[in-house]
Design a protein around this ligand. Structure first.
Ligand SMILES: *[C@@H]1O[C@H](CO)[C@@H](O)[C@H](O)[C@H]1NC(C)=O
Length: 478
């Protein structure tokens, strides 16, 4: 905030200019573009799971996200929706505000709640901003309407007149592909999955290889075995001989159908959107996701875990030992007043939340520390970096001689965005004044202790370059 960084200067200049870019995503983009009006129908009322990016075309992080986001959209084609809404567009501004959007980009995962036609569950996505991270998170949130059918269940599964589809598989999990198919055919075809271990059923259907998809068009009808490729489009076409998939979005002013009663209880889109800020836009799911069969095994891992507070630097030696050795790796330091303060507490709370998330997720990341103002050495370091506010957040890497300054409101989202940028080795670095490290190193405790603590500290994680196992996530796992 004292010396504006290049990024903030550029952002400020761009923000001052009239919006020249209409939209960040072109017509050919795999990303579904929605607006305040179409959101309700395309996203909120869909039976499928979506991720929505709230962005502004001038925002650098949004532009940086674009390639990964489009890649995620291609990965997830037919499985889940990857959408974006331009919050810089006058027509969408109010809606973005009502959705609780405070910074760009904000990513939210939206999926159907328990009641058909009811309110969706909206959660912030705070994982890595990579195609893999986004794809995996979304796949984990695809509702599961696929019945597990064991030998003892097969008769009850086959009872009733409606058509049934059965996937015979060696897998114990239910693939995203099969879950998405079950959603397309909700209330049209019952979809089940049989494991190879359930020998009686395997034999009954004469299954010889796995995976095999079988359609039972109706009670007592002859089963039809699918012989095509295991890709969604062809599988849906095959199943369509027994019943049409639900159109998504639902056709607008319907020829009166049976679901009309339900519709009348649904508020019109705009009103609902305006009301959104009242209740539903918080990060917490409104309805407990545990209660439906929709829960997947991976989902529990994404629930808010117990908070693991960040460590506090208690004296100068500790500060030097942890972060200011010539060989110290990346450290994140939050300078806070030694007395309680709202801003200081917020910074520590945000870092603790992220800390917990990384630890629970077993991800190696650089250590986070709070540095109360009464710790000797804290003001020396702040002065050397020309930091003067009560609460300051920095990352520094003595080994490589850089430091970075956080500027923002200390919310979790904002801090996480900043950390993601560091992990990817992007963004603005300042060079660390030499004396900060060298001088302090003289008083340092043994160097080997630093190595022990930081030996496995990866830097940067460079997730952007990681090979994307895109096909693996989606199609291979039947
Ligand atoms: C959602 O599923 C219900 C069946 O539960 C179906 O009647 C409706 O048409 C589906 N809606 C969409 C948008 O696919």
């Amino acid at each position: 905030m004292h010396q504006p960084t290049l990024a903030t200067a550029v952002t400020a200049v761009l923000a001052a200019l009239p919006a020249v870019q209409a939209s960040m995503y072109t017509k050919n983009s795999p990303v579904l573009q929605v607006n305040a009006r179409s959101y309700e129908k395309l996203i909120a009322q869909s039976n499928h799971t979506s991720i929505v990016e709230f962005y502004a075309p001038w925002c650098g992080h949004c532009q940086n996200l674009k390639p990964a986001y489009e890649k995620a959209a291609r990965n997830l084609e037919g499985l889940a929706k990857v959408a974006a809404i331009d919050c810089d567009d006058e027509a969408n501004k109010q809606f973005c505000g009502a959705m609780g959007v405070q910074g760009f980009p904000t990513l939210k995962i939206v999926r159907p709640g328990k009641k058909p036609g009811g309110k969706p569950v909206v959660e912030d996505y705070q994982g890595p901003r990579t195609a893999t991270g986004i794809s995996e998170a979304l796949v984990a949130k695809i509702n599961n309407h696929v019945a597990r059918v064991a030998d003892k269940d097969i008769n009850s599964f086959l009872a009733g007149d409606g058509p049934k589809a059965l996937l015979f598989t060696e897998k114990g999990t239910t693939s995203a592909l099969l879950r998405s198919i079950a959603i397309d055919f909700l209330d049209v075809i019952s979809v089940g999955q049989v494991r190879d271990k359930d020998k009686a059923t395997v034999e009954k259907f004469g299954i010889e290889k796995f995976p095999t998809l079988v359609l039972v068009p109706g009670h007592g009808k002859e089963p039809i075995t699918y012989t095509g490729e295991l890709v969604k489009k062809d599988m849906v076409e095959f199943l369509s001989q027994a019943g049409q998939p639900n159109p998504d979005p639902a056709p607008s002013n319907g020829k009166a159908d049976k679901s009309d009663k339900k519709k009348s209880s649904t508020k019109p889109a705009d009103k609902k959107a305006d009301k959104a800020s009242d209740k539903k836009t918080t990060a917490e799911p409104e309805e407990s996701p545990e209660t439906s069969t929709a829960t997947t095994a991976t989902e529990s891992a994404t629930q808010t875990p117990d908070i693991i507070p960040i460590a506090t630097i208690t004296d100068k030696d500790m500060l030097v030992a942890k972060c200011l050795q010539p060989k110290s790796h990346t450290c994140v330091l939050a300078f806070i007043p030694s007395d309680a303060s709202e801003k200081g507490d917020r910074a520590v709370a945000s870092l603790s939340q992220l800390n917990s998330k990384y630890i629970h997720g077993k991800r190696h990341l650089f250590p986070f520390f709070s540095v109360p103002s009464n710790v000797e050495g804290s003001s020396t370091l702040k002065d050397a970096l020309k930091l003067s506010a009560d609460v300051e957040l920095i990352a520094l890497n003595a080994r490589r001689g850089w430091w970075r300054h956080y500027e923002g409101d200390f919310s979790v989202e904002s801090v996480e965005g900043w950390i993601d940028v560091i992990r990817m080795g992007e963004g603005n670095k300042n060079s660390l004044p030499k004396d900060v490290v060298a001088e302090q190193a003289e008083t340092a405790t043994t160097e080997s202790s630093t190595e022990a603590t930081h030996g496995t500290d990866p830097e940067p994680e460079a997730e952007t370059e990681a090979p994307e196992p895109q096909e693996k996530i989606v199609h291979e796992e039947l």
